[in-house]
Ligand binder design. Structure first.
Ligand code: 13P
Length: 245
């Protein structure tokens, strides 16, 4: 299992430090791989706070470019320089708020791989697409477009995050989750065999109270958690649920 906390654009520097410190101190022995994705300006502080723990830290996005005139962007190499070991790419909030295309997502996945950090590629359909019966086709399309065709031993994790479940309190039913995750697993086996066994995370309103149910779904290898990753007790509850799954 792999549990990742996406803090999005939340918290002050002091709050980031306190949250990271609490998690580092309270992470139970035998916890699954745990990663934190704080806002970029808080990366160094969070890395300091978790330095003596097994928690690893990553960025919420990276530029597709190695360097140059890209105001406001952060390169994958800059993340590595700080000590970050992962990056989230293609989150629906980036796709929607910043108009990120599949081609840009692919370029960012490639940039992360070339920098040698783990990439979490996010995929997921909107409510409109689900209601139109297109959910699986949309996700297949995002996988095909976002994952380089040639892969070998690269650390890429998939996060299935239905857009309508993000921050809404609505969670996919266990059946829908299982169906989608089985489809993703089958697609990876057929089209990207190097990723056949990679973790497939679920994201979208995961909380300590529903985590048991999420982790009982087929092929769910962990969670990408937004809101509930901002409070140590809630996030630790999800980690405990993963340990008991
Ligand atoms: P919530 O857990 O707040 O729904 O966010 C999920 C998410 O977008 C994680 O990347």
């Amino acid at each position: 299992m792999f549990i990742a906390g996406n803090w999005k654009m939340n918290g002050t520097l002091d709050q980031a430090r306190a949250l990271a410190r609490a998690l580092a101190e309270q992470l139970p022995a035998g916890a699954p791989t745990t990663a934190l994705f704080p806002p970029a300006p808080h990366l160094t502080a969070v890395l300091e706070e978790v330095a003596d723990s097994p928690i690893f830290v990553g960025g919420q996005d990276c530029s597709p470019h190695p360097d140059g005139a890209h105001t406001g962007d952060v390169s994958a190499a800059m993340l590595v320089d700080l000590g970050a070991r992962g990056v989230i790419v293609g989150h629906s909030e980036r796709r929607t708020n910043h108009g990120e295309t599949d081609a840009q997502v692919l370029a960012k996945v490639t940039a992360g791989m070339q920098a040698g950090i783990g990439v979490i590629l996010c995929v997921g359909e909107t409510l409109e697409q689900r209601e139109a019966g297109q959910a699986e086709a949309v996700v297949r399309g995002q996988l095909a477009a976002g994952l380089p065709e040639t892969l070998s031993g690269d650390a890429i994790t998939i996060a299935y995050e239905p857009v309508w479940a993000i921050g809404t309190g609505k969670v996919a039913t266990r059946d829908d989750m299982s169906t989608m995750h089985r489809m993703i697993r089958a697609w990876l086996r057929e089209h990207r065999p190097a990723l056949a066994e990679t973790f497939i995370l679920y994201g979208g309103s995961v909380k300590a109270a529903n985590a048991d149910d999420v982790f009982a779904a087929d092929e769910v290898g962990g969670a990408l958690v937004g809101g509930a990753s901002l409070k140590s007790d809630d996030f630790l509850g999800i980690i405990t649920a993963a340990m008991n799954a």
